[in-house]
Design a protein around this ligand. Structure first.
Ligand code: NAX
Length: 338
């Protein structure tokens, strides 16, 4: 394509942006043919730091990157005519901060950004929400970006959780990670998420045999599920900084599949996980942003994969994480009404 894709990254001075921008500029995320034009948005106090990031992008001399990297603290400038937005910027959780307060701070940010996107972005924009609480932030954004931007154009990132699950299965089975297919992360990008391997496959592990192959229900309940659910906290405890390299890689994987299609992306997987607006599939409350197994055809089109078997073990987890999302949405409604 001759026109460069305009990609807006919010939280442009933050640590995920620092790991993500080279993946966007180099063609790793969207292919070696796709030119890109970058816009970075952050708070006024971060303008100078962001200018430094822009200097480094220039100094990278990336052949696919448009020379002028836009750096701004104004959402209307950042989203003007933008094709793809990656929303990293959010209010971080401080020690001792109530979850409600975190939700409240972010509700305001994602309302404002939804309104800006509605006002100035292209109607065919695709928006990936990463800043936490990601699913509910995506829901809030969808309320304020509509009707200019339909909810099908908005997703929240659960690909990092999906990648973590896939990698943990490969590690457990001593096989290559790209030989593992069919994992699903259901629900919220939070500690209630449900990483599900019940229909996953690997070399010598046919469909329906994975639970037994990794160690049975006890292993799932006591090891696999909690390990994935708390992986972000484990990285934070070890690094004293939250996941950034792996988050950036997951964002690149997500964008490649969503925009270029899963074949072009050569993801080698039957489906991937992403939080999309529920259409009631699998008896999940319609309207909430819930992580499902999805297939992407390219150009921003996707479909939820239907008819995967859900047994009692899975249903319990799927329900709990869905209930959490309904509660978050209801809190957001109450906050935004004030
Ligand atoms: P950083 O704190 O390094 O960067 C965030 C940046 O956003 C800061 O520069 C800040 O000034 C900026 N910002 C704050 N409010 C803003 C606003 N209203 N407009 C524009 N910019 C604003 O965080 P980082 O490690 O980069 O993480 C970014 C977000 O990703 C966090 O909310 C984090 O919790 C979330 N994550 C989500 C993941 C997911 O899988 N969905 C995984 C990784 C990550 O933890």
């Amino acid at each position: 394509p001759s026109r460069p894709l305009v990609i807006t990254v919010t939280g442009g001075a933050g640590q995920i942006a620092y790991a993500l921008l080279p993946l966007l500029a180099s063609g790793y995320a969207l292919g070696s043919e796709q030119r890109v034009s970058l816009r970075l948005l952050d708070l006024p106090v971060m303008m100078e730091a962001m200018r430094g990031v822009a200097m480094e992008l220039e100094d990278g001399a990336y052949p696919l990157l448009d020379a002028a990297v836009v750096v701004t603290d104004d959402p209307r400038v950042a989203f003007d005519g933008c094709d793809v937005a990656v929303l990293l910027g959010s209010f971080p959780r401080k020690p001792g901060m109530e979850r409600k307060e975190l939700l409240a701070r972010n509700a305001t940010i994602f309302r404002e950004q939804g309104e800006s996107i509605k006002a100035v972005a292209r109607g065919d924009i695709r928006v990936l929400v990463v800043g936490n609480p990601a699913n509910t932030n995506a829901w809030i954004l969808s309320q304020y970006a509509a009707p200019a931007v339909p909810p099908e154009h908005i997703m929240a990132l659960t690909r990092l959780d999906h990648n973590r699950t896939r990698s943990l299965v490969a590690h457990t089975l001593h096989c290559r990670v790209d030989a593992v297919d069919g994992v699903v992360v259901w629900g919220n990008h939070s500690s209630t998420q449900y990483p599900d391997v019940s229909v996953a496959t690997a070399p010598n592990v046919t469909r329906g045999r994975m639970r037994a192959a990794v160690g049975g229900e006890a292993f799932l309940r006591d090891v696999l599920i909690p390990t994935v659910q708390t992986r972000g906290a484990a990285v934070l405890a070890a690094r004293k900084l939250s996941s950034a390299m792996s988050a950036a890689n997951a964002i690149a994987d997500h964008l490649r599949d969503w925009l270029c299609g899963m074949k072009a992306g050569d993801s080698g997987q039957s489906w991937v996980s992403a939080a999309v607006m529920s259409d009631g599939s699998y008896d999940i409350e319609p309207g909430i942003f819930y992580s499902f197994p999805v297939r992407c055809a390219g150009g921003g089109a996707y479909e939820i994969v239907h008819d995967l078997p859900v047994d009692e073990f899975s249903r319990k987890y799927m329900q709990a994480t869905g209930d959490e999302l309904i509660a978050e949405r209801d809190e957001a409604i109450a906050l935004l009404r004030r």
